[in-house]
Design a protein around this ligand. Structure first.
Ligand code: 5GP
Ligand code: SF4
Ligand code: MG
Length: 452
């Protein structure tokens, strides 16, 4: 998912629309915006893409100088409308709204406890827990947020809007990204910095792990809800999720990917190939890096139909397979009779790579040497990424040689964890889906992880 918010700007709803549009790659199942004019709050949310959910008249109707918005990618909870965000709740005579990217991993316990105490849940999404915890907590609104988040474990970037304040909160491990920027008289907050360019905002800083930043009538407040902070940005944010023009923890995503391609080329001293082809779009940066380092020309051997959404983000396997076919074509005149280095960012289920190798061979490619710009994904992610069971993960079932044969590739290599950290210029990464080193206690997920 992606979150975006604006504090104190007369065009809050329009700017939030542009921000969410720049974050559309983070989720395509639903979108919503809530605004406040200082007294009253207004909300609109629907299933669908940002441009489908909001037309000009809707944005004009969302009056206010503050806003928060969300693009949804369903993980916990289905894709029903009641799970589309922002979520809104009453608190005494006023209301507040919440947008959440990530996954609460002690949701089961928290929900049971809240229900036992009388809270009534509307949907199945874990994000609703945040609403109830805030409602239940004591003190000023900031104290309520502190109390609520000190009970929540997992991965999250959260925005909370009241009628006159906006709060940005990040999980204690820094798993999900969240940054803020200055905007005329106000500020905006975003999952990714790429959204600051469309809104003409100037990047200020990241929300730190375990931090709450409040934008309030009294000014900006920075405080922590926990001292047990650590920094492990999700490695897959660099590998796949984020847009290449975003900076994650100060590191540009395109450059990080490009360096991963360069390192893979260095490891391939012996390779004989005519062209380097990247799987568009998320592998293009790594393919450029590979080509630059190896001096094998980068070619557009695969073309993407840009009117098809991200294949992975379609919930069923059948939809995903059809998605790959609609989405990619091999360019016969470029690939015929060639030995190809094919760069992809990651292998999850193996559907995409297998199909692409087939496409390239059907178009006359001679050899296809597959290079994956991340390590094999052998463990489920419990932090809000939809790679959630061993059965789905092909690298949990096959070693590299078996997978190479299954894919029909002429050779297959992955980037190793050490090289990935070198490429991304950071050690502060979560690598749990590669090595099983989860960065939190497991809570609800103990049994899923242990099945191995
Ligand atoms: P699969 O191996 O499951 O067919 O697909 C992997 C491809 O899907 C990758 O190349 C990547 O570009 C894309 N993808 C889409 N969503 C995700 C995701 O959540 N995680 C990963 N690792 N890859 C994803
Ligand atoms: Fe990201 Fe993998 Fe960690 Fe999940 S397990 S947060 S996908 S690095
Ligand atoms: Mg891909």
């Amino acid at each position: 998912c992606g979150v975006f918010g604006v504090y104190k700007d007369k065009d809050a709803a329009f700017l939030t629309y542009y921000g969410l549009h720049a974050l559309q790659h983070r989720g395509q199942e639903g979108a919503g915006i809530v605004t406040s004019d200082g007294m009253h709050m207004k909300i609109r949310k629907r299933r669908g893409l940002v441009s489908e959910v909001f037309h000009e008249e809707h944005l004009k109707d969302l009056q206010g100088i503050h806003a928060i918005g969300h693009v949804r990618y369903a993980t916990a909870g289905g894709s029903e409308l009641e799970n589309v965000q922002p979520l809104y709740a009453k608190l005494l005579k006023d209301g507040f709204a919440v947008c959440h990217n990530g996954q609460i991993i002690n949701a089961h316990n928290l929900r049971k406890k809240l229900e036992a105490e009388g809270s009534i849940f509307q949907g199945s999404s874990d994000s609703e827990i945040i609403l109830h915890l805030i409602q239940k907590a004591n003190g000023t609104f900031l104290e309520k947020i502190k109390e609520a988040f000190s009970q929540i474990e997992g991965a999250f970037a959260v925005l909370v809007l009241t009628k006159d304040s906006l709060y940005a909160i990040r999980d204690a491990k820094g798993l999900r990204p969240l940054s803020f920027a200055s905007l005329n008289e106000g500020v905006c907050v975003s999952s990714e910095t790429c959204a600051f360019q469309v809104t003409n905002a100037d990047y200020i800083d990241d929300v730190a792990p375990g931090e709450i930043i409040g934008f309030t009538p009294k000014g900006m407040i920075r405080t922590h809800y926990t001292t047990a902070c650590d920094h492990h940005m999700c490695a897959m944010e660099y590998v796949y999720f984020s847009r290449p023009d975003s900076e994650l923890d100060g590191i540009n995503v395109h450059n990080a990917r490009k360096r991963s391609g360069m390192i893979m080329a260095k490891r391939d001293k012996d390779i004989q190939a005519d062209i380097v082809v990247g799987v568009p779009d998320s592998s293009t940066s790594a393919a450029i890096g590979y080509a630059e380092q190896s001096r094998i020309p980068f070619e557009l051997g695969l073309i993407k139909n840009r009117y098809v959404g991200r294949t992975f983000i379609k919930p069923t396997q059948e939809q995903r397979e059809r998605g790959v076919k609609m989405k990619l074509s091999a360019v016969r005149s470029i690939v015929a009779d060639k030995n190809i280095v094919l760069i992809d960012d990651s292998i999850v289920r193996g559907t995409t790579s297998k199909r692409i190798i087939q496409l390239l061979k059907e178009a006359g490619a001679h050899q296809v040497h597959v290079r994956i710009a991340s390590p094999p994904i052998c463990f489920p992610c419990i932090y809000g990424v939809d790679t959630s069971s061993y059965e789905e993960l092909i690298s949990a079932r096959m070693n590299v040689d078996e997978l190479c044969a299954y894919l029909g590739a002429d050779s297959l290599r992955f980037l190793d964890i050490h090289d990935m950290k070198e490429a991304f210029h950071t050690e502060k990464l979560c690598c749990a889906c590669f090595n099983g080193a989860y960065v939190t206690d497991l809570y609800d997920y103990q049994s899923i992880i242990e099945r191995k």
